[in-house]
Design a protein around this ligand. Sequence first.
Ligand code: NAP
Length: 303
Amino acid sequence: MNKYDIVIVGAGPAGMTAALYALRAGKSTLLVEGKSYGGQIVQSRMVENYPGAPEIGGFELAEQMMTQLRALSVEIKWAEITGMRSTDGGWELLTRDAVIAARAVILATGVGHRTLGVPGEERLIGRGVSFCATCDGMFFRGREVAVVGGGNTAVQDALVLAETSPKVYLIHRREGFRAEKYLLDKLEGNEKIEIITETVVDEIKGENSVSGVVLRNLKSGERRDLDVAGVFLAVGVLPQNAAFADVVALSEDGYILADGDCKTSARGVFAAGDCRQKRVRQLTTATSDGTVAALSACEYLDA
Ligand code: NAP
């Protein structure tokens, strides 16, 4: 079995940056990805906080990262890693139909979408319930939509959707938003966006597609029905590290514990990007982690 120097799990910005550094260091490198490359960033229509690229589409940025890797003849395997086990001098990563051997591993699995867990939600995902305004907003052109959440994603989604929908309801369970001020400022004066705070969604209605949402005000208990064709969920993210729980130490809420050098509790296993326990999850911190994890892995291999 071919044993790679470094196997990187996840081809988001953290994983792609790790691959860039590993390849440039001359290490035999495999990038493993279960879905499509780019991670969460492909869902941002415009990225405005990546140094050197004042305005760039998220998809375009991911494309450019991959183009840079292809020029270095990156090897990619499209598979989901279901587990890993230690071997003499390294690790074996398991997929449904293969075993991949590595001397060092970088986990850059990112995060998945949190859901509300209300009636109608699961059944209507892809039928009006969406996690990506940039990707799906155009399907709702001319129709009223709702966004749920109070973070950066929710505010960005509301702004994107207001460009194509006549009315956007931004529904948040608290009075105050956790989104950054520069985004909140953009909401001001946007007459298409109605902000509904201290309110939760109790149900998403619709047979074959979304026809509305049932809201409940948390203070008064009052219920309100909104006729919307789309519901965009922006209620945060969840780690997806279950496959590695036996190997690396995780925080209580499932994020990988790693030190400043991106070293995990397991020898030769590093973690980079949103999948690891940290306070700031941004594109810049993901690429920073990718760099640190790759250089730490190189140092480990060369020791
Ligand atoms: P987030 O910041 O975690 O915000 C999630 C929001 O959803 C919070 O307002 C939370 O409410 C709400 N929420 C959670 N569970 C809920 C539930 N069951 N029902 C109703 N509401 C619920 O998530 P995010 O906006 O996706 O951002 C994730 C990370 O990516 C953040 O670090 C963010 O800064 C970053 N990000 C950055 C950019 C950028 O730089 N431009 C863009 C997007 C995201 P509470 O406030 O009550 O907890």
